[in-house]
Design a protein. Structure first.
Length: 415
């Protein structure tokens, strides 16, 4: 088996994911994906004819985000037509999965140079959701009642509230973590910790669209968050079908008698944003032949499934699985990145593993910066790598929950 080396990683800033408000919302997703592909090419003097494949994640693959975004973005970026592309979907976990697939192909000796990452325009999601599924069927099971009877899958926000209730995690604790995320992101931005990875996005006419993070709210306080009403309480009781099925009843089918306390809101949930990210992988032989200096290597990868109803609890077993595969202990990890899909995901992760909180999401997370679904995983890998380099650390572990009750994970080692 060969090693898979990370040569470079880059990402766009995250733009507010709302039509008419976000700086990236009027840019075609293929063009957004092309931005990071072009950056990898230019930063590394990459002969794109030598790229064996481009693997992108995109969760909502309809409309402008359909049609194999990886291939179309490569063509839009001016890549050689020999550089093929494929687009996959593991919901929120797509951006880690694409990078793991790229690394696996290289480690197996089948490919030499692969780019992986993702692109998600959440500003398009309300429109695309209606096109793809219809309002009443916009659930993971897409109206498959046989599957719903076996594994009822509610909305992620309702699942987050259910987990917090089951775990006895208070809104106060979740809000405190949300404020800390904002504080850490603000510090990272002020100190330029994202600058190595961040690439600006331009309009077709050359005008700058965005060159900074658009979502953070550095003035967030506990007092301000306390004024926000729960986001998912009313949603939980809306009938989804003629039988009166609700998101709440789907949880209660698996957890009878659970009195869900609704503790998540816009301030302690991940931000709705647009963004893209890409990572350049190479075998040692290919890197040396091109004069590339590696930044990190892949140590171990893992995937795992968990309860589809609660949906968000797989990161802990995924982290334990990837640590075991690497032959490492949690104390060996210098940088942890756990996606803040909802505050309870990161809070439970840190509690269950008894982690040093100073090593987890050091530069803030999705509650402050936003979560462009299928792009986030690649962004987190790049963030972890930048932080390892900044602090002279060795190992980083990156994981995140995904709809359907899944989590991919990866451990990288700085070279």
């Amino acid at each position: 088996m060969s090693e898979a080396w990370i040569i470079d990683a880059c990402r766009t800033p995250r733009g507010i994911g709302k039509q008419g408000k976000g700086a990236l919302a009027d840019i075609h997703p293929q063009q957004l994906g092309a931005t990071v592909l072009a950056a990898l090419r230019d930063r590394n003097e990459l002969d794109t004819a030598a790229v064996d494949d481009i693997i992108f994640g995109t969760s909502m693959q309809v409309g402008p985000q359909g049609g194999d975004l990886a291939r179309m973005a490569a063509l839009d970026a001016g890549y050689d037509i020999k550089a093929s592309g494929v687009t996959i979907d593991r919901f929120c976990g797509s951006g880690i999965t694409t990078t793991n697939m790229a690394a696996a192909a290289i480690a197996a000796g089948y490919e030499d140079v692969v780019i992986a990452g993702g692109c998600e325009m959440m500003s398009l999601h309300p429109m695309l959701g209606e096109i793809q599924l219809g309002v009443r069927g916009a659930l993971m099971d897409a109206g498959n009642l046989r599957l719903r009877a076996q594994h009822p899958q509610t909305h992620q926000g309702v699942a987050a509230d259910a987990i917090a209730t089951l775990e006895g995690i208070s809104r106060q604790a979740l809000d405190e973590l949300a404020v800390e995320s904002q504080v850490r992101a603000a510090r990272a931005i002020a100190e330029g910790r994202f600058e190595r990875s961040l690439v600006p996005v331009y309009h077709e006419d050359g005008r700058l669209a965005l060159d900074r993070e658009e979502f953070p709210r550095p003035g967030t306080t506990l007092e301000g968050l306390a004024k926000l009403g729960p986001s998912f309480e009313a949603m939980a009781d809306v009938p989804l079908d003629d039988a009166g099925t609700t998101l709440r009843s789907m949880v209660l089918a698996r957890y009878p008698g659970l009195d869900i306390e609704h503790v998540h809101h816009a301030g302690n949930s991940s931000g709705v944003v647009d963004g893209a990210a890409a990572i350049l992988y190479a075998s040692p032989e290919a890197a040396k032949a091109r004069g590339w200096r590696p930044r990190a290597r892949i140590v171990a990868m893992a995937n795992i499934g968990d309860d589809p109803t609660l949906m968000l609890n797989a990161p802990v077993p995924a982290a334990l699985k990837v640590l075991a595969r690497a032959g490492l202990r949690k104390e060996d990890i210098d940088v942890w990145e756990i996606n803040e899909a909802f505050s309870v995901v990161a809070e439970k992760f840190q509690r269950d593993l008894a982690l040093d909180r100073d090593k987890v999401n050091i530069n803030g997370g999705a509650m402050a910066l936003g979560h462009p679904i299928a792009a986030t995983g690649a962004m987190l890998i790049g963030t972890a790598l930048d932080e390892l380099e900044r602090t002279d650390g060795r190992y980083g572990l990156i994981t995140m929950c995904a709809a359907g009750g899944m989590a991919p994970a990866v451990i990288i080692e700085r070279i």
